[in-house]
Structures are given as structure tokens and as C-alpha cells.
Design a protein around this ligand. Structure first.
Ligand SMILES: C[S@@+](CC[C@H](N)C(=O)[O-])C[C@H]1O[C@@H](n2cnc3c(N)ncnc32)[C@H](O)[C@@H]1O
Length: 286
């Protein structure tokens, strides 16, 4: 049995939580399993169904287990985010909306982001939607000493939480947080003539098309840069045409918008909840 990287227990909890949500086919298999038990279906069939579920679930766990270890600071950030009393914070009026540890990208996707940032030799990363800072810190860790991560977040409460985590790492100093509605902050960054090599979009789904358009049209994406849009599968709602979930509809619209642009090159990678990687065609077919 391969070791789960970092804090094995929190990674296992996280993956179990994530897997049933992100792949709707597995959720469906669980429902069929219950139905089989209720209807007294042959025990051998039930056992094979359980084995099929275990195999499907083992996929991400295996991928994470052979991926590199997270740093101590990232492992702590992940564990403490999983344990954080977000419901209480919301009830106490500290957060603007109900936050959940499920929002965190986590170890496996963190390694994926680190690969892209390091392969592209990026120096400037823009993140739209910081939460407790997992992806921001993951990117900061693979940037050069003078590299920067600008992390946009709407909820001021998260600034303090993330700053606490960033303080645990020497790379935390590369991250600057901008609190406010990303729609407005992006316009301010464009006025400041800021440019980024990597833009990671991971905030409210109904804002995705606007964020993408602003990044491209206001020249926030540097020449040769890459945009990564998270949750491009939206729990399967992107391809499950029966889904009427508003986030799924927003993501479908965004994926279609990107696809409709003749000047863009893109690939949807089915990692975790899907990452749509977009580049300017002129930077790809050189
Ligand atoms: C999915 S979480 C981000 C997860 C984070 N990238 C990570 O890896 O852990 C989305 C975040 O976007 C923030 N957000 C939502 N709407 C926003 C907006 N209009 N402007 C800026 N941030 C927003 C939410 O408060 C939340 O913290």
C-alpha cells in the first residue's frame, strides 16, 4: 500500500469527501448499491458493485500517493482548513457567506499547479479566489525569490486566516492579498498595468466569463501566459446536460465561450473537479 503524502489522515478524509462529490457516476453507484441491498440482490453482485466503487475511488488516491509530498506549511494549511469551524464563524457573523473546506484545492491539485507554474518559469501569478490560501502558497513555493502571487479574495475574514498560514512558510512573503470584489480589483490591476504569467481563476462561477474576458482584453495576461480555470467540470454538471444547477450552467457557458474564441488554445484536464488550461494560440503555434 502506497503512503498518502503529507498528513495521511487529513488527505484521506479530503479525498473521500471530494471523490463522491466530484464524480457524479460514483455517487450514482452508491445509490445503486443501496437499492441492491434494499431489494436483496444477489450477494455476489453487491460485492462486485462495492469492488467497482472502491476501484473508481482508488484512482485519485493512487495519483496523490505517487505525487510529491506537500511541504510542512501546506500540510498544516490543509489539515487546519479541514478542521476549521466555518459554520460557527458564519453564525457569529465573521464570514460573508458559508465557507466549506471543500473549496480548498488541496494536495493533488496543488502539485498540478506547482508543475505548471514551474514548467512555464512563471514569475508573476494572479489568483482569483484565495480562500484559506492553499493554491496561493503552493504557487509561491515554486516561484523564484523575486516571484509574486497576487491573491484576490472577497471575504476580509479569510485575509487573517490565510496570513496566519502564510506566516508558517518563508515563501509566504511572496503573496500579497487584495480584498474586494474581483470584478473591481481586476480593473484596478489593469489600471496599474499589472501583468501575469499565470492566472488561476477559482472564485464565484457566475463571474468566470467576466474574469476571463477582463484578463484577456485588459492585457492582464502577459505574452506567453496561461490561464487556468478551476472547476471546469463542476461536479459533472458541465457534461450532465440534465443538470440545472446554476453553477453548472455558468461553467458550461464559460467553457463554451472559451471554445468559441478563435484566438485561444485550450485543454480541459479532468483533475479533481477539472481544470481548463487556456493559452493564446499565437503562444502555442509558434
Ligand atoms: C473555491 S474557493 C478558492 C479556493 C482556493 N483557490 C484554494 O485553492 O484553496 C473560492 C473563493 O473565492 C471567493 N470569492 C467568491 N466570490 C468572489 C468575488 N466576487 N471576488 C473575489 N473573491 C470571491 C470566495 O470567498 C472563496 O474564498
Amino acid at each position: 500500500m502506497l503512503k498518502i503524502p503529507g498528513d495521511g489522515v487529513s488527505n484521506l478524509i479530503y479525498m473521500k469527501m471530494a471523490k463522491t462529490i466530484f464524480d457524479p457516476a460514483i455517487g450514482e453507484l452508491y445509490k445503486i448499491k443501496e437499492l441492491c441491498a434494499e431489494k436483496g440482490v444477489d450477494a455476489d453482485v453487491q460485492k462486485r458493485l462495492s469492488d467497482a466503487i472502491s476501484l473508481a475511488e482508488a484512482r485519485d488516491t493512487y495519483c496523490a500517493s505517487v505525487s510529491s509530498e506537500p511541504s510542512e506549511a501546506l500540510a498544516t494549511l490543509q489539515r487546519e482548513t479541514l478542521e476549521y469551524p466555518f459554520d460557527q464563524a458564519y453564525q457569529d457573523g465573521k464570514t460573508k457567506w458559508k465557507l466549506s473546506p471543500r473549496m480548498m484545492s488541496g494536495h493533488f491539485e496543488g502539485k498540478f499547479l506547482q508543475s505548471i507554474v514551474s514548467m512555464s518559469k512563471a514569475k508573476r501569478v494572479l489568483e482569483i479566489g484565495m480562500f484559506t490560501g492553499y493554491s496561493a502558497l503552493a504557487c509561491a513555493e515554486v516561484l523564484p525569490e523575486d516571484g509574486t502571487v497576487t491573491a484576490l479574495e472577497f471575504d476580509p475574514f479569510l485575509e487573517e486566516v490565510a496570513k496566519g498560514f502564510f506566516a508558517n512558510s518563508p515563501c509566504g512573503k511572496k503573496i500579497s492579498i487584495r480584498i474586494g470584489d474581483a470584478k473591481e480589483t481586476l480593473l484596478k490591476l489593469a489600471e496599474e498595468k499589472a501583468q501575469y504569467d499565470i492566472v488561476f481563476i477559482d472564485a464565484n462561477k457566475d463571474g468566470y466569463v467576466n474574469y476571463f474576458k477582463t484578463v484577456i482584453e485588459k492585457d492582464l495576461l502577459a505574452k506567453g501566459g496561461t490561464v487556468i480555470l478551476d472547476n471546469a467540470l463542476m461536479y459533472g454538471g458541465a457534461y450532465n446536460t440534465k443538470s440545472t444547477n446554476e453553477n453548472a450552467l455558468a461553467i458550461r457557458k464559460c467553457n463554451e465561450y472559451v471554445k468559441s474564441r478563435d484566438d485561444m488554445f485550450q485543454v480541459l484536464v479532468p483533475i479533481r473537479d477539472g481544470a481548463l488550461i487556456v493559452r493564446r494560440k499565437e503562444d502555442v503555434y509558434i
